[in-house]
Write a protein that binds this ligand. Structure first.
Ligand SMILES: [Zn+2]
Ligand SMILES: [Zn+2]
Length: 339
């Protein structure tokens, strides 16, 4: 988990984005498994590049010293994808773009405390992976004898003047090119199995409500092509004290009109402690009070604020003494109403 990505990419901590890219490009040329390189090393390089080339991930990594988007069971991203970003036009490109695995969406509900204090959530979800027993073929296969594995037949059509070769799908193998001779017992020929999968999701400190995070290739696998992605849609649960707007915490205490005139203390239940603030005398109705730096913590920018927005409550009943006091107040200099 605590790998030194800078070391892996052979760059220093202040390296620019271009330097990150350049170094990854050079190293991946040397170490890509397709070219005889070490797969594990390449995976680490891809993971390092994935994090250091992304401003948010890099910032997170620099502060926490680990990849916040690291998930179980593989590198930070798919190394083939990264490789393709660089070598898209290479002639030996044989990736099939269709039949890509299904992308999955999972909701994640977290509390404001989780974001405030930082937390890692283990998410469990179901995904289809290629059957390990038959390697995603659905059973033992043999090359289709009808089309000799091509999946289609060629037929000459036309007349004496114009001739065309038309490709027709092979009916024997339905275009697959091969046929299952013995159905796999593990997947019953479906080539895939549904399994429980896990990812460890480290909640970024700069999380914004409603934000979603995509984990490449963590969706359903495909027997014929690359896997789909997994998107985690993060919802922050309603908090009993604060509303979260951006990085600010909105607090709406109830006060009465006497507090507005005379000023008073407000106690804010602030996560696992209390914050005391003073409302100055003669504040205005609708006035906000800012407690700087006490909103959501941010690693690389200024922390959020608490915005206190008092709600003024007027009493719905009065006792005799209160009525008397208020009535006598009406006779005083600053309360007299000119009719
Ligand atoms: Zn199978
Ligand atoms: Zn065939």
């Amino acid at each position: 988990m605590n790998k030194d990505y800078y070391k892996i990419l052979n760059i220093n901590r202040g390296a620019t984005k271009d330097e990150v890219k350049k170094s990854f490009r050079t190293l991946s040329k040397q170490h890509h498994p397709d070219k005889g390189g070490d797969e594990n090393l390449f995976k680490q390089m891809s993971e390092a590049y994935d994090v250091l080339s992304n401003d948010n991930k890099r910032r997170e990594y620099d502060t926490r010293g680990q990849n916040p988007f690291h998930h179980q069971g593989g590198g930070g991203s798919n190394m083939d994808d990264l490789f393709n970003q660089f070598f898209r036009n290479q002639p030996n490109q044989h990736r099939q773009q269709d039949n890509v695995g299904r992308s999955l969406n999972i909701p994640l509900s977290i509390t404001l405390d989780d974001v405030f204090f930082g937390a890692t959530k283990r998410l469990k979800y179901s995904r289809h992976i290629n059957c390990l027993s038959c390697h995603g073929f659905g059973g033992t296969t043999q090359i289709c004898p009808a089309c000799t594995g091509r999946g289609f037949h060629e037929r000459m059509v036309g007349n004496a003047f114009i001739r065309q070769i038309r490709k027709e799908l092979c009916n024997t193998c339905a275009g697959a090119g091969n046929m299952i001779t013995n159905t796999c017992n593990t997947c019953n020929g479906k080539a895939q199995n549904k399994v429980d999968a896990f990812i460890d999701f480290a909640i970024p400190t700069n999380l914004m409500p409603g934000q979603s995070f995509t984990f490449r290739n963590m969706g359903d696998e495909s027997p014929k092509s690359q896997p789909g992605h997994l998107t985690v849609q993060v919802m922050v649960e309603t908090h009993k004290v604060f509303k979260l707007i951006g990085k600010d915490l909105i607090y709406e205490p109830e006060i009465n009109f006497v507090d507005v005139i005379l000023g008073g203390k407000i106690v804010i239940p602030y996560f696992n402690t209390n914050l005391n603030i003073d409302i100055p005398p003669f504040s205005e109705v609708g006035q906000d009070f800012i407690v700087r730096g006490k909103g959501m913590p941010r690693s690389n920018e200024i922390d959020g604020n608490i915005v206190v927005q008092p709600i003024i409550k007027t009493p719905i009943k009065l006792n005799n003494r209160e009525t008397e006091l208020l009535n006598s107040l009406k006779e005083e200099e600053n309360f007299k109403r000119e009719i």
